[in-house]
Design a protein around this ligand. Sequence first.
Ligand SMILES: NC(=O)c1ccc[n+]([C@@H]2O[C@H](COP(=O)([O-])OP(=O)(O)OC[C@H]3O[C@@H](n4cnc5c(N)ncnc54)[C@H](OP(=O)(O)O)[C@@H]3O)[C@@H](O)[C@H]2O)c1
Length: 264
Amino acid sequence: MEQMLSGKHAVITGGSKGIGLAIGELFADHGAEVTLVARTADDLDGAVERLRERGATADAIQLDICDKAAVGEMVEGLGADFRCDVLVNNAGPILQGAPVLGSEDRKWLETFDTKVMGAVRLSRALAPSMPADGSGRVINVSGISGRSLLPEASASGMSNAAVTAFTSYLAEELKGKRINVNCISPGLIATQAWIDRAEERGAALGISGEAFMDRMAEDLGVHLARWAEPREVASVALFLASDMGSYVTGQVIAVDGGLANFVV
Ligand SMILES: NC(=O)c1ccc[n+]([C@@H]2O[C@H](COP(=O)([O-])OP(=O)(O)OC[C@H]3O[C@@H](n4cnc5c(N)ncnc54)[C@H](OP(=O)(O)O)[C@@H]3O)[C@@H](O)[C@H]2O)c1
C-alpha cells in the first residue's frame, strides 16, 4: 500500500475510541507515528496496543484537554525537539442538547470547553512545534449540527458552529507558517458511544438499537440512508493530512451522507 504519511508525526485528541481511533489506525497504516490523547488510561493503553499490532510507532498522552495547566505541563514534558506534523482536534462528546429554555449552563459549558476550548488549547500548544514548509496540518472535527438544525442538538450545535469559526480564524493566523487548517463535519457516525446510546433510547421505545439508528437516519433524511463507519471519516482526514490536501485550507468538509442538504 502507498504510504501517504511516512515520516509524519500525528497527534490525535480523543484518539482512544470512535472516530479518533479510526483516524489513528488509518494514519498508522499510512506510515505515520501516532500519539493519542484522551483522559482514560485503560482505553489509551488498548488503543496504542491496537496501533502497535498494525506495526505502527504509537504512544499516548493521558490528558484532560479542559485542564489548561495540564496542557501547559504536557508541552513542557514534550521538550524542544518535539515535532507535530498533523494535529487532529477531535475530542468531544457525542450529540448534546436539550430545549434551550430551561436548560442547565453546565451542559453547554462542558461541551464548549471540550470541543472549542480544547481545540484552541491544543492548537496553541502544538502549532509552534509544527513545520513551516507547507506540510503542517490542523484538522478540527466539528459536527453537522453546527450547520444544520438537528432535534435536541443545541449545545453541540453551538459548539460545532464555533469550531467552524475557529477553523477560519486559525487558518488565517497560521498562513504565515504555511499550515493548512481545515474542519471535518461528521453526520451520523456509528461509534460505540452512539451504538450504546441507541440501545438505551431504542429500549425506551421497545425497539432494538439497530432499529433506532435506522429510524434516526430515515427521520433526518440522510441521502445515503445509513450511518457511516468511523473509517469513512478517517479517509477524509487522511486526504487533508497528506500531500493530496496540499491546496485546501480554511474549509469545512461535511462527511454526512447528504444529511445537511446544502444547496451550496
Ligand atoms: N459519532 C458521531 O456521530 C459524531 C457526529 C458529529 C460529530 N462528532 C464529533 O466527533 C468527535 C468524536 O466523536 P466519537 O463519536 O468518536 O466520540 P467517542 O467515541 O465518545 O470518543 C470521544 C473521545 O474523546 C475523548 N475525550 C472526551 N473528552 C475529553 C477531554 N476532556 N480530554 C481529552 N479527551 C477527551 C474520549 O476519551 P476519554 O473520555 O477517555 O477522555 C474519547 O477518546 C467528537 O468531537 C464528536 O462531537 C461525532
